[in-house]
Design a protein around this ligand. Structure first.
Ligand SMILES: *[C@@H]1O[C@H](CO)[C@@H](O)[C@H](O)[C@H]1NC(C)=O
Ligand SMILES: *[C@@H]1O[C@H](CO)[C@@H](O)[C@H](O)[C@H]1NC(C)=O
Ligand SMILES: *[C@@H]1O[C@H](CO)[C@@H](O)[C@H](O)[C@H]1NC(C)=O
Ligand SMILES: *[C@@H]1O[C@H](CO)[C@@H](O)[C@H](O)[C@H]1NC(C)=O
Ligand SMILES: *[C@@H]1O[C@H](CO)[C@@H](O)[C@H](O)[C@H]1NC(C)=O
Ligand SMILES: *[C@@H]1O[C@H](CO)[C@@H](O)[C@H](O)[C@H]1NC(C)=O
Ligand SMILES: *[C@@H]1O[C@H](CO)[C@@H](O)[C@H](O)[C@H]1NC(C)=O
Ligand SMILES: *[C@@H]1O[C@H](CO)[C@@H](O)[C@H](O)[C@H]1NC(C)=O
Ligand SMILES: *[C@@H]1O[C@H](CO)[C@@H](O)[C@H](O)[C@H]1NC(C)=O
Length: 814
């Protein structure tokens, strides 16, 4: 049975082998001390006496290949987890030619390739930094020792208790047991945690947590070192817990660890101590502004979350950046306000919303246009039931009209709210949230007039036509012609601002596609052609085939699809219904479909982090279709050909909503998918009712392909014969042929934590029973690391295929 996957868990084995393979590459030098004559370089590492911690050159998983840091990590935890970083702001590029050593004046210093000091335990910015001279008295009598607590201590060689410097006084984002967060009352020095900038970059981010200088008995969370946004409540000596984290208390009764609060003449601090030294406990503030207390679970090979603060993502200051709204239960939690768009779609998609949103159209009062005042005035857009943004200013106003006028009066005013008191916002809006309990306020957001279709102007136009007609027929005719010409223009130029669909004339589509001459591709639903609108916008025009729907039904369907907007869904701009022809006009995606990038032999391929972001993005798009639209939309045809990539490789799911157009039994889809059976859930074949879990299955198959960059089903030598890759891959892995699974050239850049999550998710998605498969919303949470799942069982469906694959290549034609 050595070559057949054991039903218990091939995924676990797969991961273990991968993790083990990559970690065993580095060899250890088991010293725990650095001296001037024994600096640290290349892949050498210090290991504390007791084996708990290691120190050496470290590269964050998934981060740039050339950014290396001096870090302390857990020596025995299989997922490399850094707890302290020396040069967090100054990475070096070549560990082999860099050195961590003792300087002439007895400081611990990091030298880069060109022997410049990039980090020092003294102030690195001092201009008087000594040249390296390891024969000075200080250099010879100073040693740096890595203790088994994770503390790196610089001390006198002849007297270890004469501590010159220690890493426990200079925290990064992690609090370890026995590490103090607080301040020294004599020197005023404080120790605090500062988040990483993002998952890959340990330089100081926007969030920090420290002892509240105003009330020593609590932690305070700060944004940008200045704005407090959360406290965990006061420490209660009786319960040994913070009032804001009552769930801490039972943990303490478990006696695994104890939170201490000390406040005396010399210092005030919080400290965790653990009873059993073999427990790996840490508290970190992550790049999204929340702190997590986690404990390593060796049997599950993962960090288990004990508590999270603040629990609400939206409680993090500026979580969604400027001009956005935060909704705790939405996925993603952040969305731009009407009239605004994401400043950085690519970081938005990777779950970093901090850059926020920017206006689509600048406020009129800011532009120096010479248009008449009437059309220049800005408008307001009302939002109900929200928690108002921060930084409002009250102004006297008699009525809501006065309040509005006060806002319009000043070009810096971006919003107002009136409930008897007039509040104005003279700044960018930050921390606008959906109210959870329905008791929120209303706010009026200032937008350029062109962002809001104005009913008054339309009425006025109609009135003017009538009046014009009455007063002077000639005038009326002129007005009509202008009006109609404008309408005609609008038909060809879809209005992207207000999000309504444009109806195109067939002749216009013929014109913009140069008579359907440039074919972009053909999918299950028809052929796609490139078109260029008069305003130079490039669009994709899809000619649907095999539709037998009436015009009315088609229009109704279109207006539903037209209201679906999500960053991970291809946007429908308009449609055309001409005789029996049905055409759809979509935004054009510069980078084409995912299959070209994943499988093309000579294309550059996609980096791991890009592939992972694509996996997350597709999951978000599908989660939106399944959970956030008015009616659940089942896609029915998830495969790489239907995932399009925009200019910055943001993935967009294409062709959603079309399966329904083809009728409820989906039979046509099934027929057309015979060639891509690798993505079909078993219930398609068994004839059971199709739910959104069928999409989840297809997503799982897609995820396998994103991970491996190979097709799950590939045509063999003989026509019709195919191989089933998830199974064959697993087999090869069990035989120890690791590199088959992943492109050998890309193994280095893979984030093992992400790989583990992706593998687990893929396996859970392809479970036989629909109820065992996670929902797309859950998948997003798992992939983003907010939720953990266990190791999935091997699905029977795959197992059967595995057995067939044991004997021969299997046929999937039926
Ligand atoms: C100084 O460092 C060099 C190399 O880094 C080493 O060869 C030499 O022995 C050291 N001298 C002393 C006095 O430690
Ligand atoms: C070494 O550090 C110095 C000072 O930070 C910098 O100017 C230099 O470019 C670095 N050298 C290399 C090879 O990175
Ligand atoms: C670094 O600068 C600070 C203040 O400018 C000074 O107090 C300290 O002594 C300097 N350290 C060294 C090693 O020169
Ligand atoms: C190194 O330090 C020793 C003792 O302080 C001194 O004699 C020697 O000249 C220094 N060498 C350099 C290269 O600075
Ligand atoms: C070692 O250093 C500590 C702290 O500086 C000091 O109190 C102690 O007297 C020193 N011991 C010796 C033997 O020098
Ligand atoms: C953080 O504060 C500094 C000034 O203290 C300011 O220059 C910077 O723009 C702020 N960062 C952000 C993201 O607002
Ligand atoms: C608007 O006009 C002012 C003064 O005439 C000028 O300083 C400013 O640059 C102009 N702004 C724009 C956006 O044209
Ligand atoms: C707008 O309001 C801000 C904040 O109150 C103020 O500083 C500014 O001078 C005002 N501008 C005008 C044109 O009134
Ligand atoms: C209006 O809103 C302000 C700020 O939210 C609040 O303090 C005040 O009580 C409200 N007034 C009324 C009449 O609801």
């Amino acid at each position: 049975m050595a070559t057949t996957p054991d039903a218990s868990s091939w995924a676990a084995l797969l991961l273990f082998l991968l993790l083990h393979g990559s970690l065993s590459r580095r060899t250890a030098d088991a010293a725990d001390t650095i001296t001037a004559s024994r600096p640290l370089s290349g892949n050498q590492k210090l290991v504390s006496q007791g084996d708990k911690f290691a120190l050496g050159f470290y590269r964050p998983a998934g981060g740039p290949l050339s950014n290396w840091y001096i870090a302390i990590w857990y020596n025995k935890v299989s997922i490399q987890t850094a707890v302290w970083i020396a040069n967090r702001e100054a990475p070096i590029s070549n560990p082999d030619e860099s050195q961590l050593t003792i300087s002439q004046d007895g400081a611990l210093i990091l030298l880069n390739q060109s022997k410049s000091v990039v980090w020092s335990s003294n102030n690195v910015h001092n201009a008087t930094l000594p040249h390296v001279n390891n024969s000075s008295k200080e250099a010879m009598t100073t040693v740096a020792v890595l203790l088994n607590t994770g503390n790196l201590v610089l001390s006198d060689a002849s007297n270890a208790s004469h501590v010159l410097w220690q890493s426990f006084d200079h925290l990064t984002d992690t609090q370890l047991p026995n590490m103090k967060i607080g301040w020294n009352k004599a020197t005023g020095a404080s120790t605090r945690l500062v988040s990483w900038r993002n998952h890959y970059d340990p330089s100081p981010g926007l969030f920090s947590v420290e002892m509240d200088p105003g009330d020593n008995s609590q932690y305070v969370f700060l944004w940008n070192n200045s704005i407090p946004y959360f406290t965990g409540g006061k420490y209660d000596r009786n319960t040994g817990a913070f009032s804001g984290i009552p769930e801490m208390t039972p943990m303490i009764s478990n006696s695994m660890y104890t939170f201490q609060y000390v406040d005396n003449d010399r210092e005030a601090y919080f400290m965790v101590t653990i009873k059993d030294d073999s427990i790996f406990f840490r508290l970190t503030i992550d790049a999204s502004g929340q702190t997590r207390s986690t404990v390593w679970m060796e049997d599950r090979k993962e960090w288990m979350l004990f508590f999270l603060q603040p629990k609400a993502k939206c409680a993090v200051y500026s979580m969604c950046g400027l001009f956005s709204r935060c909704a705790e239960s939405a996925l993603p939690p952040c969305s731009c306000l009407k009239g605004f768009h994401e400043q950085s779609p690519s970081s938005w998609i990777s779950g970093n919303y901090a850059k926020g949103c920017v206006r689509n159209v600048d406020l009129q009062c800011r532009s120096n246009s010479s248009a008449p005042k009437k059309t220049r005035e800005d408008k307001f857009y009302m939002m109900n039931n929200v928690r108002l943004p921060d930084w409002s200013r009250g102004v006297p106003a008699e009525s809501v009209g006065d309040c509005k006028a006060a806002c319009l009066d000043n070009c810096s005013c971006s919003a107002y709210s009136y409930n008897g008191t007039c509040l104005l916002w003279y700044t960018d809006l930050v921390n606008l949230q959906d109210s959870l309990d329905g008791s929120g306020d209303s706010i009026f957001i200032r937008l350029a007039a062109s962002e809001l279709p104005d009913s008054k102007i339309k009425k006025w136009r109609v009135v003017s036509i009538i009046v014009g007609g009455l007063v002077a027929l000639a005038c009326g005719v002129t007005a009509c012609i202008c009006f109609l010409r404008k309408r005609a223009m609008q038909a060809v130029l879809p209005s992207t601002a207000d999000g309504r669909l444009a109806t195109f004339k067939y002749s216009d589509l013929q014109l913009i596609t140069k008579g359907f001459s440039e074919k972009l591709g053909s999918g299950s639903f028809g052929s796609v052609f490139k078109g260029v609108l008069p305003d130079k916008t490039v669009v994709a025009v899809k000619k649907l085939e095999g539709l037998r729907q009436g015009e009315k039904q088609f229009r109704a369907e279109m207006s539903t699809i037209g209201t679906i907007h999500h960053i991970n869904l291809v946007r429908l701009l308009g449609f055309c219904s001409h005789g029996v022809q049905r055409l759809l006009v979509y935004e054009h995606m510069q980078n084409g479909s995912l299959d070209h990038h994943l499988f093309a032999k000579n294309a550059g391929g996609l980096s791991w982090s890009r592939r992972y972001q694509i996996a997350v993005g597709v999951a978000k798009g599908l989660a939106y279709l399944h959970e956030k639209c008015r009616d659940c939309i089942i896609h029915c045809d998830i495969k790489p050909e239907n995932i399009l990539l925009d200019a910055s490789f943001v993935p967009k799911v294409a062709d959603f909503g079309l399966a329904k157009l083809l009728g409820r039994d989906f039979s046509r889809v099934l027929t057309s998918m015979r060639g891509t059976i690798g993505y079909l859930a078993p219930e398609w074949i068994s004839g059971m009712a199709i739910t959104s879990k069928a999409d989840v299955f297809s997503y799982g198959m897609l995820l396998f392909e994103i991970i491996s960059q190979r097709r799950n089903v590939e045509k063999g030598e003989q026509a019709g014969a195919s191989m089933f890759f998830p199974v064959l891959t697993a087999k090869k892995l069990l035989e120890g042929d690791l590199l088959l699974f992943l492109d050998p050239e890309s193994v280095d850049e893979i984030d093992l934590e992400e790989l583990e999550r992706a593998c687990k998710v893929a396996c859970w998605c392809v479970q036989d029973a629909e109820s065992s498969r996670p929902s797309m919303g859950e998948i997003v949470q798992i992939l983003e690391g907010f939720v953990d799942v266990g190791i999935p069982p091997i699905p029977r469906y795959l197992h059967v295929l595995a057995e067939s694959a044991d004997h021969a290549e299997i046929s999937v034609s039926e």
